[in-house]
Design a protein. Structure first.
Length: 197
């Protein structure tokens, strides 16, 4: 079969689904995060995903030995796939602040339903993650927020809410320290950067 004839056998419905999924992912990348925080430079989901992927790559590497000892597998591919789409539903929901979702379980439940509906409508399947992989995804997501806030402060943003966000990042990642190797070291790095500004 030639490349040309292979192209002709792709069902139009599959191409339409692919177009819908890719369009949603590209559009989601443009969504502004941290809209409740006065920022000097808007931060997009695309930038956040990139930062989270960098951190996750380091954490996966550091956790391979830990995974072997606990008889868990760590799949770099599954972690990366999860991070690539984890905030795509924000195209529809916006960036709902975590403190609001924690304070109001009904809001969190409604948000989760909207996220699941979005994944289903766009034929996106969130990979099944084991406990360690899920912890790596969550830690990477939160640590990227920490680096974003440090960068904002370094650029001269002195709004008091940045300290509140930083404190939340440090508190949440403290809880992740025992679950994911390397988080403690990255927290030390963040603390040094924050205090050095």
């Amino acid at each position: 079969m030639t490349a040309r004839s292979a192209k002709q056998t792709v069902a139009p419905a599959r191409i339409s689904d692919l177009e819908k999924r890719l369009s949603a992912l590209y559009d989601a990348g443009e969504v502004t995060r941290l809209h409740t925080v006065p920022m000097l430079r808007p931060h997009t989901i695309a930038e956040h995903v990139y930062g989270s992927l960098l951190i996750a790559s380091e954490l996966v590497t550091l956790n391979v030995k830990m995974a072997a000892e606990s008889k868990l597998n760590v799949s770099r591919v599954k972690v990366m796939e999860a991070l690539l789409i984890h905030d795509a539903p924000e195209l529809r929901t916006g960036d709902a602040p975590a403190p609001v979702k924690r304070a109001f379980p009904a809001v969190d439940d409604a948000h989760a339903k909207m996220e699941n509906d979005f994944y289903h409508e766009h034929d996106m399947e969130f990979p099944y993650l084991n406990e360690l992989e899920e912890a790596i995804v969550k830690a990477s997501d939160t640590l990227d927020l920490g680096f974003t806030i440090v960068r904002e402060r370094r650029m001269g943003n002195c709004h008091p809410i940045l300290k509140e966000v930083y404190d939340n990042v440090m508190l949440y990642t403290l809880m992740q320290t025992g679950k994911v190797g390397g988080v403690g070291e990255i927290r030390v790095l963040l603390a040094a950067q924050w205090s050095g500004i």
